[in-house]
Design a protein around this ligand. Sequence first.
Ligand code: IVH
Length: 679
Amino acid sequence: MADDIPRTIEEAVIKANELTRQIDYHNYLYYVLDKPEINDADYDLLIKQLIAIETKYPEIVTPYSPTQRVGAAPAEGFQRVGHLTPMLSLGNAFSAEELQAFHNRVIGGLGTSDDLEYVVEHKIDGLAISLVYENGLLVRGATRGDGIEGEDVTSNIKTIKSIPLKLQGDDVDIPPLLEVRGEVYMAKQEFARLNDLREKNEEPLLANPRNAAAGSLRQLDPRATADRALDAFIYGIGKYEGVELTTHAQTLEYLKAAGFKVNQLYRVFNNIQEVADYCDSWGEKRSSLPYDIDGMVIKVNSLPSQTILGSTAKDPRWAIAYKFPAEQTTTIVKDIIISVGRTGTLTPTAILQPVRLAGSTVSRATLHNEDYIKQKDIRIGDTVVIHKAGEVIPEVISVVLDHRTGEEAPFVMPEACPECGSPAERNESEAARKCTNVACPALLREGLFHFVSRDAMNIDGLGPAVLTNLLEAGLIRDAADLYQLTEDKLLQLERMGKKSAANLLASITKSKEAGLARLLFALGIRYVGVKAASVLARHFGDIDAVKSASVEELIKLDEIGEKIAESVAAYFASPASLELIERLHNSGVKTTEDKIVVADKQPFLGLTFVLTGTLIEMTRNEAAAIIESLGGKVAGSVSKKTSYVLAGAEAGSKLEKALQLGISVIDEAEFKNMIDEVS
Ligand code: IVH
């Protein structure tokens, strides 16, 4: 290779330019188009040749040489730089109605809907950047900052291989000035690779690709940025000279031709319904993309129309973000409070600055226990990343350490129960701290909330507020007292009218027939969930039989392990429990269940059911118990192995999947017929 090194500086410049052109071209094919034409070894050879020439003739190295993507020395800090035109943000629409309202505003602003077209793009969930090219050369890359001024991150931007250091095209087409705008992001796969590595090195995990990208772009050492491969989509232009453009779609095509990575999933529509449909279609399949999107961006296509519409102080009037329900977001921990559950466990909860998350507004998140807070080092005042665990309960995933000011207060778990002041102790083997007072009012109250809940005695109209009022008025002390309530007593409560009282009494009376399975669950015996309660009820048929069963007998049952068996036995050994059951029984609460002899008759053996939607005459848990008692299995998700999908009202994606896979779908009536036929 040494023989290839040019003998004169003039030849070196020519050869280096040629190699640069080739490398830039192959970079473009590989990083932008994802369609490489040469293999890695040939590419490396080109780089090596260029390095050899630049080593011999260091004076010819330009900042735009592909060898200079990584190489700048670590910076002490980032310089603030002004943007040539302000970097605006976007207004949000969260529903089809809000999108329609935007459309109406656009028509109002333009005075006509003639020729109105929209470009719809993915809203990449990363961070905004601005790149300035002078005479085709990248001279500056900056973060958005406050929209007027950002931070100069040029050295780090240069490590992103899909960003051209030099614009493509003939010299005549190279504009004297071009400021482009885009979004730097980290691909999901790269994020996973990085976190795997961090896990191995026992480093704290990064919360999501967006935070990872932000952290990466703001590394003071560009080599650290280069190690965490970032990427960038370019979606627009700021200030420019020497280019003629009339539509946004044309702008995107121009940017593509200039060598930028432009997301090819943009579409042009002349109808707002089609815009909404296109947005929704991506809302459903966004998880299949190799990068995160948090919505779609809708932009008026005509640039003159954009100018007519103009901007407010913050947002353009010609564009809007159609946001998908966020799966993760950040917010501030305003306080940490402690609640006491029905087993006496003290649970810390973060009180959050309200934010939208997965379609609702969230103002609290569970923090589980003191170890969780310690591990994640969550402090009051912290900015945190939250998500919905199991898509329901908001949970704090991590702290955004970059946002720490030093003012945040570490949390100290109280050693006394906040409800009754008794010592709250922690058992060595458990993470939970518990109130030691068996008569703690919190235990009683939470136990009652559980007793009346849907899967338990299912007493309508008896929510936490009414129960709390009843307790505070001294009208009830425990679950058995509920069955001694009368109209006179109920009318003592504020805001309780005759009609509500009558309804409530009817619900309470109805609950007497709930049966043993529900009653066993309602009693709140530790570790006895809906399933175990149902197994016990159907096997023993009567509460007296459960009461006298030994641990050995209990363990023999399917689904009943040692922990549950011991807990059941301990519960029925307590005189207080026996007294409560006696009083419930005397009030007419049913303490039996129809026995199902599981062993001989298993007509559903080998069948797997998936339950979805709302059933009317039974809960999903009840349906599941029936299926299992007949030998069938209940699965959480639909696959080829599913035999039947039992679909109630408002069944969603599971039903859709079943139809796609051609799996038999039955409704509640058909399900009941099936049971009748086999039993
Ligand atoms: S257009 C004036 N298009 O979303 C219009 N923004 O607040 C400015 N973003 O962080 C933005 N993908 O960087 C536009 N296809 C896209 C986008 C996009 C992501 C980001 C943008 C900024 C935020 C808008």
